[in-house]
Design a protein around this ligand. Structure first.
Ligand code: ARG
Length: 286
């Protein structure tokens, strides 16, 4: 997991799923050499809008086909990362995947809890740039509605939840160690929203990637530690009870000076509102 090229760092669990298995958090000590993603197990009832994206055809059944995270923002709409639906991940356009599902209400992937809901439509943000990872979001339409209690509110532009220093929680079934230890149960990690200045200094461009404040936000702790990791992509970063980010990319996981980078949800809200005024806009890539 210690790669120097950002393209490798942002690739989802998909590409390693065949050979690895994982969790999102560990209690190991933090050091620059020892990647750690400090978090803790949680029950999905604490964050019922957190869902797993699954394709057993593509990723096998050992972890219920989980390959990315997602978050319910309406009863039939789930947000995830655009990069989760790339051809390199799925091996086919998402609308041609016959068994693409959202797993809701299930803490332990291997339990029968909750429900598996078919995805009836996928729309990748036409503004997504896979080179910079700007605009890293996609909208999935569910074949069957979730309960209203499983929907989280998106924080719009100017929401105080985006203020640097705000405490935030990220949720997912991804790597808990940075070494390919994929979780079976849902984990969360607690961190703070960081300032655009700090994020821009952490990712000034070059092999580590560029922080683009208009469509990204970053979160973590200065000394490293709590972070999202591979397999968490598309999942929620929540502050003050509202959705502010989607797991997108980072340089390794939990490294001091390399915070996690998230899709800025206020930008998603803006794009969706614009698309509502021009129905064709989100129909581009799928
Ligand atoms: N791109 C990864 C995924 O697809 C998420 C990486 C997040 N990394 C981080 N250090 N926060 O699962």
């Amino acid at each position: 997991m210690r790669r120097s090229v950002v393209r490798a760092l942002i690739r989802p669990l998909a590409l390693v799923a065949a050979t690895t298995v994982i969790p999102l958090v560990g209690a190991a000590p933090v050091s620059a050499d020892n990647v750690v993603v400090g978090g803790f197990p949680v029950d999905v009832t604490q964050a019922p809008w957190t869902v797993a994206l699954s394709s057993r055809d593509r990723f096998g059944g050992t972890r219920a086909g989980q390959f990315c995270g997602g978050v319910a923002v309406a009863r039939t709409a789930v947000l995830t990362a655009a990069h989760c639906l790339g051809d390199d991940v799925l091996g086919a356009p998402p609308n041609r995947m016959r068994d693409l599902k959202v797993i809701a209400g299930r803490t332990d992937l291997l339990s029968g809890e909750g429900e598996e809901i078919a995805v009836s439509d996928t729309r990748v943000n036409p503004g997504y740039d896979s080179g910079t990872n700007a605009g890293d979001f996609a909208v999935l339409t569910l074949a069957k509605p979730l309960p209203q209690s499983a929907v989280v509110t998106m924080a719009g532009v100017g929401d105080p939840a985006y203020a640097p220093g705000t405490e935030a929680l990220v949720y997912g079934w991804g790597d808990t160690t940075g070494g390919g230890a994929y979780a079976r149960g849902l984990h969360a990690a607690r961190m703070r929203v960081l300032s655009d200045d700090l994020c821009a200094r952490a990712y000034p461009g070059g092999p580590q990637g560029s922080y683009l404040a208009a469509s990204m936000l970053c979160a973590g702790e200065a000394i490293g530690g709590p972070d999202a990791c591979q397999g968490d992509s598309g999942g929620p970063l929540v502050a003050a009870g509202r959705l502010i980010g989607l797991v997108s990319w980072g340089n390794g996981c939990g490294r001091p000076g390399s915070p996690g980078v998230y899709t800025r949800v206020s930008e998603v809200v803006r794009a969706l509102n614009a698309a509502a005024g021009d129905r064709t806009r989100l129909h581009g890539r799928s």
